[in-house]
Design a protein around this ligand. Structure first.
Ligand code: NAP
Length: 258
């Protein structure tokens, strides 16, 4: 029970990595606040945690909306009394040739992936300062450290997440608030199911060839498992990572080494 009685807020908890991580943290004894724009997704997560005997709250929010984010933070405080861990996982990804990248695509990507994390960090810090500290984990990507064709808005947003993470970490290091980013490579989530056709076009592959292509290019020869992501989140959230802040940790099976 690594997270017993910890209050943990997770954005993007309605799907993929966020949904899986929520269940793992609940099994480790945490009180969970599930936040997502996908109501069906958080309803499913809520039911499954309740069924397993966990304590959980769900809030349909748009992470780009300040009121939504701060109301969700207050709801977590009202139900669980504090916020120990805030995981900013919600994100979107659009693969599009650069000259077809409209302002709408650019603005939406930067808004969800970067403004959403800024608001999440601000809300988390506000509550953690009253509680003697906490741990914030932001989802960046290997694409936050390395550019990719047809991926300008996503790469820019995820590089921004690293800058945000480092800067908030420095400002609140002495208040016992640790802030770290995770930079995964490929995890086969609904995000990838949605974008596999566009990635296939970029590499001139068939959609069915995309995952085998990744496996060939990743030194470890395979994509990342959900549990390998949640294990890192769990480590960064807990006291065993007490001297780690401001880091952007690669989780890429050797694809990225700096
Ligand atoms: P996912 O399955 O698509 O889950 C992301 C969740 O965020 C979805 O439920 C989505 O709802 C929600 N969301 C989108 N916009 C939102 C908004 N404005 N407000 C609140 N929630 C919103 O994606 P994932 O693959 O688990 O990715 C999780 C995080 O890891 C993302 O930040 C992603 O960039 C990052 N990451 C993923 C990979 C990978 O290979 N999967 C690699 C590197 C980094 P809708 O579905 O309704 O949009």
């Amino acid at each position: 029970m690594l997270m017993k009685d910890k209050s943990v807020v997770i954005t993007g908890a309605g799907s993929g990595i966020g949904a899986f991580t929520a269940k793992v943290f609940s099994a480790e004894g945490a009180n969970i606040s599930l936040l997502d724009i996908d109501e069906a997704g958080i309803n499913a997560g809520y039911d499954s945690i309740i069924k397993a005997g966990g304590a959980v709250l769900k809030q349909k929010i748009d992470i780009t909306n300040r009121d939504d984010v701060f109301k969700a933070g207050s709801a977590a405080i009202n139900k669980f009394g504090k916020i120990d861990v805030w995981i900013n996982c919600a994100g979107i990804s659009i693969i599009v040739p650069f000259l077809d990248c409209t302002e709408d695509i650019w603005d939406k990507t930067l808004s969800v992936n970067l403004k959403g994390m800024y608001l999440g960090c601000q809300c988390a810090v506000t509550h953690m300062l009253k509680n003697g500290g906490g741990s914030i984990i932001n989802f960046s990507s290997q694409s936050g450290k390395k550019g990719g064709a047809r991926y300008q808005a996503y790469c820019a947003s995820k590089a921004g997440v690293i800058g945000l993470t480092q800067s908030v970490a420095v400002e609140f290091a002495q208040q016992n608030i640790r802030v770290n980013a995770i930079c995964p490579g490929v995890v086969k989530t609904p995000m990838w199911d949605r974008q596999i056709d566009d990635y296939a076009k970029k590499r001139k592959l068939k959609p069915s060839e995309v995952m085998p292509y990744f496996c060939k290019t990743i030194p470890m020869g395979r994509v990342c498992e959900y549990s390998e992501v949640s294990d890192l989140v769990l480590y960064l959230a807990g006291d065993r990572a007490s001297y780690i802040t401001g880091q952007a940790i690669n989780l890429t099976g050797g694809s990225l080494m700096s």
